[in-house]
Design a protein around this ligand. Structure first.
Ligand SMILES: NC(=O)c1ccc[n+]([C@@H]2O[C@H](COP(=O)([O-])OP(=O)(O)OC[C@H]3O[C@@H](n4cnc5c(N)ncnc54)[C@H](OP(=O)(O)O)[C@@H]3O)[C@@H](O)[C@H]2O)c1
Length: 271
């Protein structure tokens, strides 16, 4: 029995990742973890129809950032499967450029889903990954999370320090939010993108999980799918979701995966 979970799998890149894993022949079970039941069920059925190798594809409810939803999901996986072999944290959000919500008000919701919610969900799921065989964790980040968006070299050094702790990353993200609310984030050396900082923090956290879970046999990596044709980009991205999904699927399926790496354009890339 080999189990893969993909969050935000009802559309876009997440659905393409789930589809690719289901047809890979390496899983008995693929779980589409989605917040909307109708879309989740429909995606699960679509993917099931395209996989003819006996892999069972199901939908389970999960809202990233909602702690009770995280716990319900964890309990369901524990009771039904007792483990997780592959977890792909794909669920993510971005305000559109045309969205009238002020930058300050976009900050918390973006950090809460893309970084804080994803981090707390992952920490909860880690004991199930530790029970997995040849376990993999893949975080769908973005090129927008590049380190040099930070104007301050000191901030760059703190996020990328090889001994940085989870607590320090959370504290840095809290400080970014505070600075955004006070209108001082640019003068204090941050970048000027809520989405960019949320993904930067997720990349930094990927490296911490990789370090902490190395002796537990979990390969932890992250990726940028590339600029893809999905709802998030209002379908402006030139890359298909299927092509973008490969950047997450490669570290899920490759033999002898590295750990703590950032995949972009189908290979390990610089952060
Ligand atoms: N598209 C790109 O060019 C691009 C580039 C770099 C990185 N990425 C990253 O790739 C991932 C997938 O993006 P996409 O382009 O496929 O976007 P998308 O089409 O907007 O799909 C996003 C998925 O995440 C789910 N989601 C969002 N917030 C959630 C939450 N709080 N709880 C549970 N599910 C949630 C959405 O569910 P609903 O349907 O319920 O909203 C949807 O299934 C994201 O992490 C994104 O940041 C995308």
């Amino acid at each position: 029995m080999r189990i893969a979970i993909v969050t935000g799998a009802n559309k876009g890149i997440g659905k393409a990742i789930a589809k690719s894993l289901a047809s890979s022949g390496t899983f008995t079970q693929v779980i589409c973890a989605c917040r909307d039941e109708t879309r989740g069920l429909s995606a699960g059925q679509d993917i099931q129809q395209t996989s003819d190798n006996g892999c069972d594809v199901i939908y389970l409810p999960l809202t990233i950032g909602d702690i009770s939803s995280h716990e319900n999901f964890y309990n369901e996986i524990l009771e039904r499967f007792g483990k997780c072999d592959v977890l792909v944290n794909n669920a993510g959000m971005a305000f559109k450029n045309a969205d009238p919500t002020p930058f300050k008000q976009q900050c918390k919701p973006t950090l809460d889903v893309n970084f804080r919610g994803t981090a707390s969900f992952t920490d909860l799921m880690m004991p199930l990954l530790r029970k997995g065989n040849d376990a993999r964790l893949v975080n769908v980040a973005s090129m927008s999370g590049y380190l040099s968006q930070l104007r301050s070299k000191e901030l760059q050094e703190r996020f990328s320090n090889e001994n940085v702790s989870k607590e320090e990353i959370h504290a840095l993200v809290d400080k970014f939010e505070k600075d955004v609310l006070q209108g001082t984030h640019v003068e204090n050396g941050w970048g000027n993108s809520n989405y960019g900082i949320s993904k930067l923090a997720l990349i930094a956290m990927t490296k911490v999980w990789a370090r902490e879970e190395r002796d537990n046999g979990i390969a932890v990596n992250c990726c940028c799918p590339g600029y893809c044709d999905t709802d998030m980009t209002s379908h402006k991205g030139p890359r298909s979701p299927e092509e973008g999904a490969k950047n997450a699927v490669i570290p899920c399926l490759m033999k002898d995966p590295p750990s703590g790496q950032f995949f972009s354009n189908f290979e390990v890339a610089e952060w």
